[in-house]
Design a protein around this ligand. Structure first.
Ligand code: ADP
Ligand code: ASP
Ligand code: MG
Length: 425
């Protein structure tokens, strides 16, 4: 008998019919003789709708209350799913994050899991029931408060449960057939990948491929959890995320192209600090101010200073949700840092080309720059890691940039990829 953790995303449980469809799938897995633990997201766009409501009543919703509100979404779907399973004649019990032992730090909106004590989940399995756990939520022991794990965090709930229960596999069910060479909503010719290394998946997730939440991929890597991403709308094989240190899956028969995938992200903005005195210590001052706001900055570019003025410009990118906070913090210190002005631009797009084959193949960046030039797309910023090259473009040329590079690196498939549901919101 295997222990399987199954996670169903919001688009897989968007209405009563979908919940019944998912319940049937869970019951089938149970009938095949497996123990099943389920992590479930809020229905459809519920989380976004709740966020809109919060913003409608308060310009800056209190983080503790926002977490209280958002966790209501998963409470609805977990109870409905348990009812649907019981309606099919099987035992099921739903649990909130705190009932399931998801212990986190106290950071509202982006809490980290510090311990998982799934006693009640175990007990439910021992009684022969399916355990349904609300995704995305946890509990802090010191404050006694409810937390959330960050957008997309139900993936982390599933992986953390799989690790704590030593599950045989963690299956992530979503609205596409697996992990593709690019977001099929952006690049219709994207191809499904059968096997992907966790290292490449981490880079794609960090660069905006929201099919898996980055913290879930990290957690799975650290705890040796086997991840299987697949569609809840059919029984196609999906994608296995593997750790190359554990050996190559499929009897070593895994394709290793130079470029594995391309991710796009429209959620970033660019801040330019104009006219910074070009003397030692100024970058430190600026980024210490930014660090205090807890914003996650990504690319940084410092221009050559102008000899006449002895001043330079420093630009960096960050999630646009952090923009107002960072601008406010920098503006408050303008006199002490002695920069001239600030520019804020949220009409940028970020694109990342990812592939472990880059380590041993020269010319990838040249090909990216040439292809974008030939398509008339201007590059505003560049950054690289060992297996990734990222560029910033105008937001309105981002999708075309992704399609151009997808073709240039020979990633196009013969069919148009199917997105089964969801608004992609
Ligand atoms: P869920 O509600 O199941 O958590 P998400 O919307 O979070 O689903 O993630 C699935 C979506 O991720 C897909 O519909 C697709 O648009 C998007 N996506 C982005 N990059 C990729 C990729 N490389 N492969 C597959 N899907 C991707
Ligand atoms: N419902 C949460 C969100 O929309 C968590 C998740 O779906 O993973 O971000
Ligand atoms: Mg998701």
């Amino acid at each position: 008998m295997a222990l399987i953790v199954q996670k169903f995303g919001g688009s897989s449980v968007s209405d009563a019919e979908s919940i019944k469809r998912v319940a049937k799938r869970i019951v089938d897995t149970r009938r095949a003789g497996n123990d099943v633990v389920v992590a479930v997201s809020a229905m459809g766009d519920t989380t976004d709708d709740l966020l809109d409501l919060a913003n409608a009543v308060s310009p800056i919703p209190a983080p503790r209350e926002l977490d209280m509100l958002l966790t209501a979404g998963e409470r609805i779907s977990m109870a409905l799913l348990a009812m649907a399973i019981k309606g099919m004649g099987h035992e099921a019990l739903s649990f909130t994050g705190s009932q399931a032992g998801m212990i986190t730090d106290a950071t509202h909106g982006a809490a980290r899991i510090v311990d998982v004590t799934p006693k009640r989940v175990r007990a439910a399995l021992d009684q022969g029931a399916v355990a349904i756990v609300a995704g995305f939520q946890g509990f802090n022991r010191h404050t006694g408060d409810i937390t959330t794990l960050g957008r997309g965090g139900s993936d982390t709930t599933a992986v953390a449960l799989a690790a704590a229960l030593r599950a045989d596999v963690c299956e992530i069910y979503t609205d596409v057939d697996g992990i593709f060479t690019s977001d099929p909503r952006v690049v219709p010719q994207a191809k499904k990948i059968d096997f992907i290394t966790n290292e490449e998946m981490l880079e794609l997730a960090a660069s905006g491929a929201k099919v898996l939440y980055i913290r879930a991929v990290e957690y799975a890597r650290r705890h040796g959890v086997k991840l299987h991403v697949r569609s809840s709308f059919n029984s196609n094989e999906g994608t296995i995320v593997y750790n190359p240190e554990d050996g190559i899956p499929n009897g070593g028969n895994v394709e290793e192209p130079i470029i594995t995938g391309i991710a796009t992200d429209t959620g970033e903005a660019k801040v330019t600090v104009v006219g910074v005195p070009d003397i030692p210590g100024k970058a430190a001052e600026i980024f210490e101010i930014v660090a205090k706001t807890n914003a996650n900055i990504d690319m940084i570019v410092q221009n050559v200073s102008e000899a006449a003025t002895g001043r330079t410009d420093i630009s960096f990118t960050l999630p646009s949700g952090d923009g107002a906070r960072v601008i406010g913090a920098l503006e408050a210190e303008r006199a002490s840092v002695e920069f001239l002005s600030l520019q804020y631009d949220d009409q940028i797009g970020k694109l990342a080309v990812v592939g472990a084959g880059m380590r041993t193949n020269a010319g990838v960046s040249a090909k990216i720059f040439r292809s974008l030039f030939e398509a008339g797309i201007n590059i505003e910023m560049i950054s690289t890691s060992e297996i990734r090259i990222s560029v910033v473009t105008r937001a309105d040329s981002l999708n075309e940039a992704a399609r151009v590079l997808h073709t240039a690196f020979g990633l196009d498939g013969d069919e148009v990829a199917v997105v089964h549901a969801g608004t992609g919101r």
